[in-house]
Structure formats: structure tokens, C-alpha cells
Design a protein around this ligand. Structure first.
Ligand SMILES: C[C@@](CO)(OP(=O)(O)O)[C@H](O)COP(=O)(O)OP(=O)(O)OC[C@H]1O[C@@H](n2ccc(N)nc2=O)[C@H](O)[C@@H]1O
Ligand SMILES: Nc1ncnc2c1ncn2[C@@H]1O[C@H](COP(=O)(O)OP(=O)(O)O)[C@@H](O)[C@H]1O
Length: 281
């Protein structure tokens, strides 16, 4: 029987960029949450040879080659754990790719959880955390897949309690490559910006927050501005913002019914977009 894990989409409720480091990465401060029903599915068959098959609506852009983050994460863990038992992975790809939803990172984290289960490793085993950080900046926060404050390059993860938050996610199905968006932000190496301590109240943290990558991402994918306008003008959402490096935008609502109603209206108004209503936690 294969082992199974869900790999839920990540949403950056806030994303503040605090500076560009000399190693080319940016220091971030982000309140991050996870979608209840926008997720990839990953299985691991211990008896099968090491490898990966991919199916689902976004199988092609994700690819099943060596650069898939599932295999990259598995190799990063195998390099740290002598005699690590592996197996055959099968991924069903339902999260749009290069969308600011951390789909590849969620898959990498799910692969690490499956390997931890197979090999009897604890969730807080430092080798698991190191392998996650090597696989990508967003992978550490995806290991737990519950709301957290993410700082540093992404590797410093502090759990945050948030009330389950009804949301609509919408993506124009145009990729917004993360590195390109950070480049478009145009910070010089070593340049820093002041960061504020977030308010204790999570609702205020979200309401007063922002996504510093929004303007840079709009220059690369102008549809983002149209999505934000649709959310703000047509749905009555409390907050409309971009997730990660885009191009996914999200609206936050007072109730799941309002979110579902808005998702139906948006899917009709923008039939070429991927639209989902979900709870963020
Ligand atoms: C922006 C965020 C916010 O959660 O999300 P996405 O838009 O990818 O979902 C993440 O920081 C993305 O994390 P991840 O997608 O894992 O990025 P990585 O593979 O580590 O890095 C890809 C590239 O993005 C840039 N990068 C990434 C993270 C970071 N803190 N600073 C950066 O400058 C670098 O140019 C790097 O080469
Ligand atoms: N399992 C995977 N799912 C999606 N993309 C993947 C995966 N493995 C590698 N990639 C590559 O990683 C890049 C970022 O993908 P993704 O995680 O979807 O971006 P984002 O974090 O912006 O949503 C893409 O260029 C894609 O080709």
C-alpha cells in the first residue's frame, strides 16, 4: 500500500521584503497560510524503484524530470541520512505552476514527510529541516503546512494561530517566475528596508500588511492588476492582495458562503482564470 500526503497551496497573507542580501536572496517577513482545498496529492510506494510519475491538470508544466522538487528534496534528505529507504513517488498536480502558491515547495515538503514516515524520522529532525531549506526557500514553511510567520530567506518559521479564513484564489494561468519578479523589484545588493514588528492581533496584521512584490509582478504579468480590481470591485472582500511572487491574487471574506458566491461570480466573469474558494489555516 502506498503512503499518501496532501500538499496544500501556500498563500502569503502578507509579504514584506526587508532587503537584498549579498548572496542574491532577499530577507522576507511573511504571514503565510495554507489552503484547505487547493492541493496536490503525493504518494510513495516503498516497493517501487526511486522515481516520479506526474499526472493531473498541471502535470506538464511541473514535469517529472530530475529538476522536479519532489526528487530534489528526496535527494537532499538521502545525502543527510545514511541508508535512507526511498521508493516510487506519484504526484497529482492540481496547483497551477509558478503561481505564487508554492506548489512545488508543497510537493517537496510532502515528499520529506513521506520519507520521514517511511524511515521513522521525527518531524523536527534537523536533517529534515536542512533538506527542506536546501530544496527551496518556501519548503520549510510547507513542512507543517499551517499558518506561520516566515522570516530570513524563508527558513525561519514561527507558528501563528489564525482563525480559519474564507478566501478566493484566482490565477490567470500565466506563470510569474519568482527569480524574475525579485529582479524586477530592483533592490541593490546589501540594500535594506525598515521592518515593523507585526501587531499581536492577526486580523490587524493582515489588514495593515502588504505584498512588496505586487508592483514588480504587475510589470511582468499585468493581469494581476485586473484580478485585484475584480476582487476589490466585484466581490465585497475585506482584503484583496497578491500571493508570493504572483500571479495568484486572493480575496478574504467574512464567511465561506460569501467566498463561494464570489468564486462563482468570478469564474463567470473571468472564464480563462483558475478560481477556487477555500479556507486558509
Ligand atoms: C516569493 C515566495 C514567498 O513565499 O513564494 P513564491 O512566489 O515562490 O510562491 C518565496 O520566497 C519563494 O520561494 P521559492 O520558490 O522556494 O524560491 P527559491 O527556489 O528558493 O528561489 C528562487 C529564486 O527566487 C529568489 N528569491 C527567493 C527567495 C528569497 N527569499 N529571496 C529571493 O531572492 C532568488 O532569485 C532565487 O534564485
Ligand atoms: N513539483 C513541482 N511542482 C511545480 N513546479 C515545479 C515542481 N518541481 C519543480 N518545479 C519548477 O519550479 C518552478 C516553480 O514552481 P512553483 O512551486 O509552482 O512556483 P510558485 O512557488 O511561484 O507557485 C517552476 O518553474 C517549475 O518548473
Amino acid at each position: 500500500m502506498p503512503l499518501r500526503e496532501r500538499a496544500p497551496a501556500k498563500v502569503n497573507l502578507t509579504l514584506h521584503v526587508l532587503g537584498r542580501r549579498d548572496d542574491g536572496y532577499h530577507d522576507l517577513d511573511s504571514l503565510t497560510a495554507f489552503a484547505g482545498c487547493a492541493a496536490d496529492a503525493l504518494t510513495l510506494e516503498p516497493a517501487a524503484p526511486f522515481g516520479l510519475t506526474v499526472d493531473g491538470p498541471f502535470a506538464r508544466p511541473a514535469g517529472d524530470g530530475d529538476d522536479n522538487l519532489v526528487l530534489k528534496a528526496a535527494r537532499a534528505l538521502a545525502a543527510r541520512v545514511d541508508g535512507l529507504a526511498l521508493g516510487g513517488f506519484a504526484l497529482t498536480k492540481r496547483i497551477p505552476v509558478a503561481a505564487g502558491l508554492g506548489g512545488g515547495s508543497a510537493d517537496a515538503a510532502a515528499a520529506l514527510r513521506l520519507l520521514a514516515q517511511l524511515n521513522g524520522l521525527a518531524n523536527d529532525d534537523p536533517r529534515l529541516l536542512d533538506a527542506a531549506a536546501e530544496a527551496g526557500s518556501d519548503v520549510p514553511v510547507c513542512l507543517r503546512s499551517r499558518a506561520a510567520r516566515m522570516t530570513g530567506r524563508g527558513e525561519v518559521v514561527t507558528p501563528v494561530e489564525i482563525a480559519p479564513t474564507p478566501a478566493v484564489l484566482m490565477n490567470p494561468l500565466r506563470p510569474a517566475p519568482t527569480a524574475e519578479v525579485f529582479r524586477a523589484l530592483g533592490l541593490a545588493p546589501g540594500e535594506t528596508r525598515d521592518g515593523d514588528a507585526p501587531p499581536d492581533d492577526v486580523a490587524a496584521w493582515i489588514a495593515r500588511g502588504r505584498n512588496d512584490l505586487e508592483a514588480a509582478a504587475v510589470r511582468i504579468a499585468p493581469e494581476i492588476a485586473a484580478g485585484l480590481l475584480m476582487l476589490a470591485s466585484q466581490t465585497g472582500c475585506r482584503t484583496a492582495r497578491m500571493s508570493g511572487s504572483g500571479a495568484t491574487v486572493f480575496g478574504l471574506f467574512g464567511s465561506p458562503q460569501e467566498a463561494r458566491r464570489a468564486a462563482r461570480a468570478l469564474a463567470k466573469a473571468a472564464p480563462a482564470w483558475w478560481v477556487r474558494s477555500t479556507m486558509l489555516r
